[in-house]
Design a protein around this ligand. Structure first.
Ligand code: LLP
Length: 414
C-alpha cells in the first residue's frame, strides 16, 4: 500500500476524518499559482499595467477564495447582487468589480451603483434605459460597457457556449453601433468600454482571438464616429484539464494569440477568468458507502452525489476519480461511480477501473470550479464542507450544513 494522497502538505484521509465527507478541498498554493500565471502572462506581453483581472465569482464564490484573490489584487466579475455582497464581505474592492448578466434587477442596479462598481456590462437596449433611470434617481452616472455577441463558435459544450447568434447573451454585433449611439444620448450613463465572452472551457484560444479581432474592428468604427472607449473586456473562458491523459492548458499559451492582438492598443484591458483560476485547485473528497455488483454494471455508491457536483449529470462532464490510498496490486473492477440521489442521472463517473472496498476514500479531481458553486440541497442533503489547505495547515472555510438549517426558513400552515 502506498501512503495516502496529499494536497500540499496535508494527507487527504486526515481531512476526511476531521471534517467528514463529502468535502471540497482546495489548495491555496494552486489558487495563487493560477492567478500569478495569468498575471505573469500579462506582464510578459507588456500589458499588466493597464490590465484588470476580474475573477468570475460564479465559478466558486466561497469568501475565503474571494479573499485569496482580493489579497492578490484581483477585481471581480459578478452576475448578481448576492455576488456583490460576497465580494465586499471578502474584502474585495467595489471599484474593481464588473457586473455581467442578461437580467439585472433594478434593485441590483441600484445596489451596484451605490457600491460604486467599475462597470456595468450591459446586454440589451432595455437595460440601458433601466440603468439610465435608476442612475438618474440616485443622482449618479453609471459606467457602462456593451456586451457584444461576435457570433463566433467557441467549439465547446453547447450549454456553455455563449457567443453564438442564437445565444441569449450580449447584443447582436450588427446592433452594437446604434446601441452605443443610444447610450451616448442617455444623460445618466458614461460609456466606458466593450466586452465579449463567447463561452467556457475553451481549450483552443483561436475562437476567442477571432472574437477579439471583431471587437477591435468595432472599437475603431466607434472611435471614427467620436465614441471613444477606455477599456476592452475579453471575458473569461480559458479551459482547464479534466483528465490526466490530456495536457493542461497554460495561461501563457492560451492568452498569447489574444494578447498579440491587444498589445499594440492603448485601451485598458479587463479579463474575467473563472474556471482557470480555481478548477484545478480543488477536489471533492468522497467515501464509498456501498459496492453493488450487477449483471451488466458494477456500482460503487459514494456519499457525494449530483447535488454536490452537478457537472457530470448536467454536461456529461468527465472528472478523473482517484483513490486516496492506491491499492497498487489489487485487481481492478469497472465501476459506475454513483451517488445516493434518486435519479438515474446521478453519477460522478462511468466505467472507472478501480480496486475498491466499502469505506475507501476517493477524490473527484478538477472540482474547484462550478462544483460547490452549483451544489443544491436536492433530496434534503446538506451541502458539503469546504476546506482550504495551506502548506501543512488546514482551514475549514465552510462548515457542513445541518439538516435543521435546510428547513429553518419553512413554516407549517396555521
Ligand atoms: N464572464 C462571463 C460573462 C461569463 O458568463 C462567464 C462564465 C465567465 C466570465 C467565466 O468563464 P470561465 O473563465 O469560468 O470559463 N457551469 C459551467 C460553466 C458556466 C460558465 C458560465 N459563464 C460548467 O460547469 O462548465
Amino acid at each position: 500500500m502506498s501512503s495516502p494522497m496529499k494536497l500540499e502538505g496535508v494527507a487527504l484521509d486526515t481531512i476526511a476524518e476531521r471534517f467528514g465527507t463529502p468535502c471540497y478541498v482546495y489548495s491555496r498554493a494552486a489558487l495563487t499559482a493560477a492567478f500569478l500565471a495569468y498575471r505573469d502572462t500579462l506582464q510578459a506581453h507588456g500589458v499588466l499595467a493597464r490590465s484588470l483581472v476580474c475573477y468570475a465569482v460564479k465559478a466558486n464564490p466561497n469568501l475565503a477564495i474571494l479573499n485569496v484573490f482580493a489579497r492578490l489584487g484581483a477585481g471581480f466579475d459578478i452576475v448578481s447582487g448576492g455576488e456583490l455582497a460576497r465580494v465586499l464581505a471578502a474584502g474585495g474592492d467595489a471599484a474593481k468589480v464588473v457586473f455581467s448578466g442578461v437580467g439585472k434587477s433594478r434593485a441590483e442596479l441600484r445596489q451596484a451603483l451605490e457600491a460604486g462598481i467599475h462597470c456595468f456590462n450591459v446586454e440589451s437596449a432595455s437595460e440601458l434605459d433601466q440603468l439610465n433611470a435608476v442612475a438618474g434617481a440616485l443622482g449618479r452616472r453609471a459606467p457602462v460597457s456593451l456586451r457584444v455577441n461576435p457570433d463566433v463558435d467557441p467549439k465547446t459544450h453547447p450549454y456553455i457556449s455563449t457567443g453564438l447568434k442564437s445565444a441569449k447573451f450580449g447584443v447582436a454585433f450588427e446592433d452594437a453601433r446604434s446601441l452605443y449611439r443610444k447610450a451616448a444620448g442617455l444623460p445618466n450613463l458614461v460609456i466606458k468600454g466593450i466586452d465579449c465572452h463567447i463561452g467556457s472551457q475553451l481549450r483552443d484560444p483561436a475562437p476567442a482571438a477571432e472574437a477579439v479581432e471583431k471587437v477591435l474592428e468595432l472599437v475603431d468604427a466607434l472611435a471614427a464616429e467620436g465614441i471613444v472607449l477606455e477599456h476592452i473586456d475579453v471575458g473569461g473562458g480559458m479551459g482547464i484539464t479534466y483528465r490526466s491523459d490530456e495536457p493542461a492548458p497554460h495561461a501563457a499559451d492560451y492568452l498569447a494569440p489574444i494578447l498579440e492582438r491587444l498589445a499594440a492598443r492603448s485601451e485598458k484591458l479587463v479579463f474575467e477568468p473563472g474556471r482557470s483560476l480555481v478548477g484545478n485547485a480543488g477536489l471533492l473528497l468522497t467515501r464509498v458507502e456501498v459496492l453493488k455488483p450487477g449483471a451488466e454494471k458494477n456500482f460503487a455508491v459514494v456519499d457525494a452525489a449530483m447535488n454536490d457536483l452537478m457537472r457530470p449529470a448536467l454536461y456529461d462532464a468527465w472528472h478523473d476519480i482517484v483513490p486516496i490510498v492506491d491499492a497498487q496490486h489489487a485487481v481492478k473492477t469497472t465501476y459506475e461511480i454513483v451517488g445516493p440521489v434518486c435519479e438515474s442521472g446521478d453519477f460522478l463517473g462511468h466505467d472507472r477501473a478501480l480496486a475498491l472496498k466499502e469505506g475507501d476514500l476517493l477524490a473527484v479531481l478538477s472540482a474547484g470550479a462550478y462544483g460547490m458553486a452549483m451544489a443544491s440541497n436536492y433530496n434534503t442533503r446538506p451541502r458539503a464542507a469546504e476546506v482550504m489547505v495551506e502548506g501543512d495547515t488546514t482551514h475549514l472555510i465552510r462548515r457542513r450544513e445541518t439538516v435543521a438549517e435546510l428547513f429553518a426558513a419553512e413554516s407549517l400552515l396555521p
